[in-house]
Design a protein around this ligand. Structure first.
Ligand code: C5P
Length: 415
């Protein structure tokens, strides 16, 4: 008996080079005692033969919407009803676009539209196609429709490019489906406070000091925590991201405003994740009027004063709060991160290298996560996938931590 025993899996294969991996995926589903039926698009047939999938699944392969014989054996509506889950792997940019727009112009998209089964999509495409804003919009639509995304992964692609867009390995696809179908939300009833994005420190009414943070990682963490059942409060610096649905979001500009919002909400929080790239300094004075050029001097001197370290102050003021910090470093990642773990009195720190092609304003990232007496590496992947892994790790450590806390953990004092 396995987690997929008796599950009717309809495996949709669309036409990408990763289609060869669908043979292995079929084998793994069968190994899990699932019943597998395969539907291939015409382009998929160019990459792998239906005969291979028929032999592995033990069932005839479905390819044509207008195949009289196949329809007589098991009509497409019947097949759509038969499926408990539908897994499209590989899902090409084209098939994803069709699903996002509710098209039904081949057997696979017709089945998807006609079925009430849980749908899983494992994207596989060139990194530029994945990064195309049209694909991003289509993926967003799928997420809004509660379709589960499996991947994609980052790495070398068949075309030689490097980046996001590789299909997840078959074993990982099966693992994720099993995890999702059996998981109970591990942060149910837990209150999570998250900071994200940069801060802006005003020089005058039109100018400010800031940094390159996009807020993508913090927003992805907020979504991942929400998905695990947490009650999430997101304190966000100025970013160009949509406000996440069903997440209380507090927009702030300066470090001082972020600090006030965090101080207000930390009292009710169980976990604090400081992902924001807070400016360390702000101008000592903010001019009420635009600072003018002065014709007799070639330089302008600014006096900056230190901003509060929101994370350190919060962790010290709320000793029972499970605090997670971030460390963006260009060198000596582990050494500096360990230092911050101790000096800021954190339960966990997630460190990443910043600089050349990594970190700020990118869609993918890798993390080295440290805690007292332990560490783990989360390899390069999309910030979305990475934050799911990080939140899983946080929730596992929080689970252990909370058993050592006194019964009433929400302290009353202000920071
Ligand atoms: O010391 P450093 O700025 O490298 O520490 C990074 C961590 O501290 C991040 O988690 C960041 O959100 C947090 N931080 C903060 N307030 C500051 C500076 C950093 O909360 N003023």
């Amino acid at each position: 008996m396995t987690n997929l025993t008796g599950t009717n899996v309809l495996l949709g294969i669309s036409g990408g080079i990763a289609a060869y991996k669908s043979a292995e995926l079929t084998r793994l589903f069968i190994k899990q005692n699932a019943n597998v039926r395969v539907c291939m698009t015409q382009s998929a047939i160019e990459f792998i033969t239906p005969l291979t999938l028929q032999a592995l699944s033990g069932n005839p392969v479905h390819t044509d919407l207008f195949d009289v014989e196949a329809e007589a054996a098991m009509g497409h509506i019947e097949l759509a009803k038969w499926a408990d889950i539908i897994v499209v792997a590989p899902a090409t940019a084209n098939t994803i676009a069709k699903i996002a727009h509710g098209r039904a112009d081949n057997l696979l998209t017709t089945l998807i539209l006609a079925s009430k089964a849980k749908l899983y999509i494992a994207p596989a495409m060139n990194q530029a196609m994945w990064a195309n804003p049209q694909t991003t919009a289509n993926i967003k639509q799928l997420e809004q429709n509660k379709i589960s995304l499996l991947g994609p992964d980052a790495g070398e692609q068949a075309c030689g490019d490097i980046g996001l867009g590789r299909m997840l390995e078959p074993a990982e696809i099966v693992d994720q489906i099993i995890a999702e179908s059996t998981a109970t939300p591990s942060l149910q009833g837990v209150s999570v406070l998250i900071t994200a994005g940069p801060t802006r420190e005003a020089l005058d009414p039109v100018r400010y000091l800031t940094n390159r943070s996009s807020g993508k990682m913090g927003y992805a963490i907020a979504e991942a925590a929400k998905k695990q059942g947490a009650q999430v409060t997101l304190v966000s610096g100025p970013v160009h991201l949509d406000t996440p649905a069903n997440i209380e979001t507090i927009d702030v500009e300066s470090a001082q405003e972020m600090f006030s919002a965090v101080s207000k909400h930390a009292k009710q929080a169980d976990i604090f994740i400081a992902c924001a790239a807070v400016a360390d300094f702000s101008p000592a004075t903010t001019s009420n009027n635009k600072i003018k050029k002065n014709s007799d001097t070639e330089t302008l001197e600014l006096t900056l004063t230190k901003n509060p370290d929101i994370l350190a102050e919060t962790s010290h003021a709320h000793p029972n709060l499970f605090t997670v910090g971030f460390a963006a470093e260009t060198t000596d990642l582990e050494k500096y991160a360990k230092g911050k773990l101790i000096s800021k009195k954190l339960n966990m720190i997630a460190a990443n290298k910043v600089g050349k092609n990594q970190g700020f304003d990118k869609d993918d990232n890798a993390l080295l996560v440290l805690w007292e007496g332990g560490k783990c590496t989360l390899p390069l992947t999309s910030k979305k996938h990475l934050s799911q892994q990080l939140v899983q790790l946080i929730s596992e450590h929080f689970e252990i931590y909370k058993h050592h806390l006194p019964s009433n953990t929400h302290d009353e004092q202000d920071v």
